[in-house]
Design a protein around this ligand. Structure first.
Ligand code: 13P
Ligand code: ZN
Length: 260
């Protein structure tokens, strides 16, 4: 809980979550939840989709319409703990949303992404969405081809390929808050932990809040460098040969076919 509050505050302070922008979901350990809660259901909410893989699982989730800047002052109003039931078509509220609120409008994208990432990495716990300015700006001026987008980011900072060797997947503009964008995001999550929503923001997935935050932070930093140099003549870059050296040095493998 403390980490969730700290992360939401940090994201707000980075300018990634204006107003109610962004949302976070974290898969919780049942034993951990039982230690703190009496497990009484406050109410049952319809999810609007099915996620049988997550039946019975517990999540700490930011509330819809809630401001990240306020999470630290009233966590119980801005966050909630839910248990998915009935094949994920319903969620029991066990704690939070004290003003009668509900989970983020992007709940389907979060839950479907959890399903997709847990297949790839059973230790995945966090899905995070936000609106970082440089990545968002980049989607207006850069080719949205995933290989091209990823290669540009990798070329902007030496450590990018080390932090996200699986690259960045990209969705074209789609209507947010729908099951369609949720399904499309989850499909993209099968092959990368970062999914850019063009002209909207980004999704990240990871084993804990720090790792997921760091993933987005690294991509956002690369996008910032890109925007600083995109209009200038390019004199130097990180070559594919150098990227291969990074692969060897850090024991990572770049996404298949993304390097020459
Ligand atoms: P929520 O307030 O419903 O979480 O929505 C914020 C957002 O970023 C939508 O994409
Ligand atoms: Zn958003």
């Amino acid at each position: 809980m403390v980490e969730m509050i700290r992360t939401a505050t940090n994201m707000y302070n980075h300018g990634w979550d204006e107003r109610n922008g962004g949302n976070i979901s974290m898969l919780l350990d049942e034993a951990e939840v039982r230690e703190y809660l009496d497990m009484q259901s406050i109410c049952t909410l319809e999810t609007g989709f099915a996620a049988p893989e997550l039946d019975g699982r517990f999540f700490l989730v930011t509330g819809t319409g809630k401001y990240f800047m306020n999470v630290q002052y009233d966590p119980a109003k801005n966050l909630g703990i839910v248990r998915l039931i009935e094949d994920g078509t319903k969620a029991e509220l066990l704690w939070g949303y004290t003003d009668g609120g509900r989970f983020t409008s992007e709940f389907s994208a979060h839950m479907m992404s959890h399903v997709a990432r847990l297949v790839v990495d059973p230790l995945n716990r966090v899905v995070m969405h936000c609106h970082p300015g440089n990545l968002l700006a980049m989607t207006y001026v850069h080719d949205l081809d995933e290989r091209a987008f990823t290669r540009t980011l990798w070329q902007m900072c030496t450590e990018c390929i080390v932090v996200f060797p699986d690259g960045v997947n990209v969705l074209p503009w789609m209507l947010c808050g729908t099951n369609e964008i949720g399904e499309a995001t989850a499909k993209k999550m099968e092959t990368a932990r970062l999914v850019v929503w063009a002209q909207h923001g980004i999704y990240g997935a990871g084993r804990d809040l720090d790792e997921t935050f760091g993933l987005i932070e690294t991509a956002e930093k690369a996008a910032e460098i890109y925007l600083k140099i995109a209009h200038l003549p390019l004199v130097n870059t990180i070559t594919d040969e150098q990227m291969h050296l990074l692969e060897q040095r850090f024991g990572v493998k770049a996404r298949e076919g993304y390097l020459q």
